[in-house]
Structures are given as structure tokens and as C-alpha cells.
Design a protein around this ligand. Structure first.
Ligand code: NAG
Length: 168
């Protein structure tokens, strides 16, 4: 009886020691994944003729809600499928974290809308306190607009129930 009680106490303290270790040594490590594409129809959303953009540079930035000073910043580059994956250490629950486009890799497809309503940034939640078990956080895709839309865009938009003039 006393033996098994000792065993339980030993186990319990071993477990709490481990969770303490986890808390100290970067238990909260996240990976932010997302895509960069060339918006070949200048619609500001992905269509079937959008193209993945390899070698595009993005930056993940966390800022304080008040004051807006930058608390975390890391840059990365997309792979050949237009996907980036950025590691982030620690909790950033109280901050605003988002992905911003830094540099296009494709001449003729490097325009970003500055309209505050259209300007695309991808917000992400970097905390374990949001009920997500996985450390991977998916960010919304971000697109650079091509300088002129492809001829096939008219058909693409018609299929989506939009006329190209309706969007212009
Ligand atoms: C679009 O960009 C390409 C590549 O830089 C260039 O050759 C073309 O002339 C540009 N078209 C317009 C309408 O600016």
C-alpha cells in the first residue's frame, strides 16, 4: 500500500517536472503555413488560373495591440509550390500577428492593392488557448496582382457568375 502510494507520488512529481520542462523549453512552438500566388485575373482571390508563386518573400510580424511595437518578426521564402512555413516560438496571444508580402519573384506580377478594404494580409492566432491541438497554423493565401489580367479570365469570371465588367 505504502509502496504504491510512493510510486504514485513519484510518478506525479515526474510528470509535473516534465510539464515544467515543457513550459520552459519552448513547448509553444508554432509553424505558420500559407501560400503566395499570382493573381492573374486581378480579382484579389484565387481562381483556377491563379499561379503558385515560388521564391516569394513573406514576413510574419507580431505587434502589440496597443502602441503597435513589433514583438516578433521573421522572414521566409516560398518553395516551388508557393508555400512558406515559418517557425514561431512562444505564445503571442495578446498580440496581433499577420503575414505580409515582402517581395514578388515574378516580373509583371508584383502589384499589391493599397486599398485598405482590399489590401490582403493574413491574420493568424498564435496561442494554444484557442482549442487547436496542432502547432500548425494555416494563414490565408496572399496574392500579387498581375499587371494585366489573362484573356481567359473573362470565361473564368463568367463561370463564377461574375462579369469582368462588373468587377472593373
Ligand atoms: C507586364 O509585365 C511584363 C513583364 O515585366 C511586361 O513585359 C509587360 O509589358 C507588362 N505589361 C503592361 C501592360 O505593363
Amino acid at each position: 500500500m505504502a509502496k504504491s502510494l510512493q510510486a504514485i507520488i513519484f510518478l506525479a512529481s515526474a510528470l509535473s517536472f516534465l510539464s515544467l520542462l515543457g513550459a520552459v523549453y519552448g513547448d509553444s512552438r508554432f509553424f505558420v503555413e500559407g501560400k503566395v500566388y499570382c493573381d492573374t485575373c486581378r480579382t484579389q482571390f484565387i481562381t483556377k488560373v491563379s499561379k503558385d508563386m515560388p521564391d516569394a518573400k513573406v514576413r510574419l510580424e507580431c505587434k502589440e495591440r496597443e502602441g503597435g511595437s513589433v514583438t516578433y518578426s521573421i522572414e521566409g521564402v516560398t518553395d516551388n509550390t508557393g508555400t512558406y512555413r515559418l517557425p514561431v516560438d512562444g505564445e503571442h496571444e495578446e498580440e496581433i500577428c499577420e503575414i505580409v508580402l515582402v517581395k514578388s519573384s515574378q516580373p509583371g506580377c508584383e502589384e499589391v492593392s493599397n486599398d485598405p478594404f482590399l489590401r490582403k494580409t493574413a491574420r493568424i492566432s498564435l496561442t494554444k488557448n484557442n482549442g487547436m491541438a496542432t502547432p500548425v497554423r494555416q494563414a490565408n493565401p496572399l496574392g500579387y496582382m498581375k499587371n494585366e489580367s489573362l484573356p481567359e479570365c473573362a470565361d473564368v469570371l463568367r463561370e463564377l457568375g461574375m462579369t469582368s465588367t462588373g468587377l472593373a
